[in-house]
Ligand binder design. Structure first.
Ligand code: RTP
Ligand code: MG
Length: 141
């Protein structure tokens, strides 16, 4: 299978916990390469745009508030089956349901402060990578 790319975000809770390196280690151990990365403190407008698909959901405001509460670390992961592989590494959305050994199982506090975001399909991966890296910043190897 050809190499695939996905967008990953280490959310404000995990950045505050100083576990960026721990999470990067898990990507690398799973043979995912970081081919682009930037740290950003999202504005409300950016967070609302990024999560626009959820704009009608009851948790939308809490999600946006949380995502702008501190800086996030954004990366493009590349590798075989990268989208599904990253979702497996992340674990269940609700950390109460996430298995130990997954990123959320080990680092997430709550369904809002759940440590990481990962694209959920080919179309969203392409759109989310474009959102953060459309002006450049990906370094293929
Ligand atoms: P993400 O997009 O952040 O990778 O997470 P996900 O695919 O596992 O979950 P998704 O359904 O896309 O929801 C996006 C984020 O919204 C928050 N959420 N809160 N209170 C709730 O019922 C609820 N449901 C979702 C979570 O922070 C989730 O990561
Ligand atoms: Mg999602």
């Amino acid at each position: 299978m050809a190499a695939e790319r996905t967008l990953s975000i280490i959310k404000p809770d995990a950045v505050a916990k100083n576990v960026i390196g721990e999470i990067y280690r898990r990507f690398e151990n799973a043979d995912l390469r970081i081919v682009g990365a930037r740290m950003v403190h999202l504005s409300r407008e950016e967070a609302e745009k990024f999560y626009a698909v959820h704009s009608e959901r009851p948790f939308f405001n809490a999600l946006v508030e949380f995502m702008i509460s501190g800086p996030v670390m954004v990366q493009v992961l590349e590798g075989e089956n990268a989208i599904a592989k990253n979702r497996d590494l992340m674990g269940a959305t609700n950390p109460k349901e996430a298995e130990a050994g997954t990123i959320r199982g080990d680092f997430a506090e709550s369904i809002d402060a759940n440590a990481v975001h990962g694209s959920d399909g080919e179309d969203t991966a392409a759109a989310e990578i474009d959102f953060f890296f459309g002006q450049g910043g990906i370094c293929p190897r």
